[in-house]
Each structure stands twice: as C-alpha cells, then as structure tokens.
Design a protein around this ligand. Structure first.
Ligand code: ZZB
Length: 262
C-alpha cells in the first residue's frame, strides 16, 4: 500500500501533552503529526486529525534538534527502513504518549481551508496496525470521518473536547460526483442511515462506494486543479505537497498484518 504521509506541524500542545513533551524537544525543534492518506486530493477539506485515544505513540527524532514526528511505533520502524530517518534501521524515540494525552493539540494542516489550524481529536476506530496510527479527517469525502465528526460534535462533553474544535458546520465541497453530489460522505451516511461511527460494516461499504465513485467519476470543484478529474488531480496534488516539503511517500510493507497474526 503506497500512502502519502502528510506533515501537520504542532502549533500548541494540549495541556495533557505538555508535561510529557517538556524537556524532550529542544527549543527550535518542530514536531509534526504524520497522518497517512490515500486521498491527497482531498487535503483542502481537512477539519481535524484523529488519533486512537487508547493507542501508544512516540515522538521520533528525524533531524536532531530540528524535526520530530509523532507516530505509532510500528510506523516509525517501517520508516527507518525507507530512508525517512537519517540512519538505516534506527528510529530514536524521545517521548512516549497515549493518544488521549494529545487530544486538543492544535496543528497546521497543509492545504486545508482551516488556516488557523485543526485540532487533534479521538477516534476509536483508528487501527494501530495500519498507516501511522494518525488519520487526517476529511468529512466531505470520508464516511468514517463524517460519522465520527457528527458524534464528536453531538457528545463534545462526553469526549472532553470543545464542540468548536470539530469544525464541522461548513463542510467544504472538494469533489463533484454524478451519483452522490459534492458531499459524498454526507450523502452516503444519510442515505445508508448510518447512525454512529460504530456501524463498522456499513461504514466499510460506504467507504468502498465513496472510493470508487470519487476516483472513477469525480471531478475537482476546489483547489489548484479545479475542473480536472480526480484521477488526474490526485498525483498532481501529491507532487505539489511533496515539492513544498509538506509530505513524503510512505509504503506499508505487504502482508505484514497477516504474517504477524498468523
Ligand atoms: C484522508 C482521507 C480522505 C481518507 C478521504 C479517505 C477518504 P484503506 O482504504 O482501508 O487502506 N486511515 C489511515 N490509517 C488509518 C488507521 N490506522 N486506522 C483507520 N483509518 C486509517 O484506508 C486508507 C484511509 O483510511 C486513509 O485515507 C485514511 O483516511 C484512513 F476522503 O485519509 B484517508 C472513501 C475514503 N475517503
């Protein structure tokens, strides 16, 4: 699986993260949350970024004193064998945190219309065994993200977050499709009567439909490649992010999950 890994720079740590980060990152060092995505062409619509609240993460040193990545252990190890760290196979960990520690952290999301930043929020369905364990949210085109954002906004107190952190009131249309209109995820969640982020089976089905319709029939209605097909725009947005230093390629080793459980 070939992902685009995006760099979301920390602007302000959540209270719960401060004591765990303090003294571990030299002044002048930048920390980035690094979600892995298959949909770089949707990055304009990022409204927040998810971590698994019960998962363990590390902050890893990419460039001493300068650049640090917030990732799952597993992703750091994989990256160490893809020349993302300076020394082959070495991935220095400077801090360890739980997902719940970083909820509320403010980060800059490249290309997002939310120029003041987006918040790190909890998502129970984030898998430790996939990508980087960090998932950027695009509620227009990802049914999982749309369903999770609705739930977070509805039960903000329960999740101990501020409702406004979800930024779900004006969803940006990015892709127009013939069957689902310009807010594919909202359309699918509503018509399939998906009521909760826990409706895993239906959400998997909705995700499949959204991928197919978006990729084969979608047309960009926002951004630098407005008017182009999604198929054409995808590699162009990806390259633009890479050229700006805001993203890099990350490959998930084949069959890793299978071989480890079997
Ligand atoms: C932004 C985005 C926008 C995504 C969209 C999807 C969609 P797949 O297809 O199963 O391989 N993701 C990445 N890592 C994880 C994880 N550890 N746990 C849960 N979800 C994860 O899934 C790849 C997509 O699943 C990634 O692409 C990421 O969300 C999420 F409009 O990034 B995506 C129709 C989907 N639309």
């Amino acid at each position: 699986q070939e992902y685009t890994a995006l760099k979301l720079k920390v602007l302000e740590w959540a209270e719960g993260a401060k004591s765990k980060v303090e003294g571990k990152i030299p002044s002048g060092g930048e920390v980035y949350f690094v979600p892995a995505t298959l949909r770089p062409e949707t990055m304009y619509g990022q409204n927040c970024c998810f971590v698994g609240p019960h998962l363990t993460y590390g902050i890893y040193e990419i460039e001493k004193g300068k650049q640090y990545f917030f990732l799952s252990d597993r992703a750091a190890r994989n990256m160490a064998f893809q020349s993302i760290f300076p020394s082959w196979g070495v991935y220095p960990k400077v801090a360890e945190l739980q997902g719940s520690d970083v909820v509320g952290t403010l980060v800059n999301a490249p290309l997002s219309v939310h120029k003041n930043g987006v918040r790190i929020l909890p998502m129970d369905s984030v898998k430790a065994s996939k990508g980087t364990g960090v998932v950027t949210s695009v509620p227009s085109d990802s049914p999982d993200d749309y369903a999770t954002c609705l739930d977070l906004a509805k039960k903000a107190d329960f999740y101990k977050i501020k409702r406004e952190w979800v930024q779900i009131d004006d969803i940006l249309p990015i892709i127009e499709t013939p069957t689902y209109g310009n807010l594919t995820a909202k359309y699918l969640v509503e018509t399939m009567k998906i009521n909760s982020p826990k409706d895993a089976k239906q959400l998997a089905e909705a995700k499949d439909l959204a991928y197919k319709e978006g990729y084969y029939k979608g047309k960009m209605v926002y951004g630098d490649f407005k008017g182009k097909s999604v198929e054409d725009a995808k590699p162009l947005v990806r390259q633009e992010l890479i050229d700006a230093g805001d993203a890099f390629n990350y490959a998930e080793p084949d069959g890793e999950v299978v071989s480890r459980s079997g």
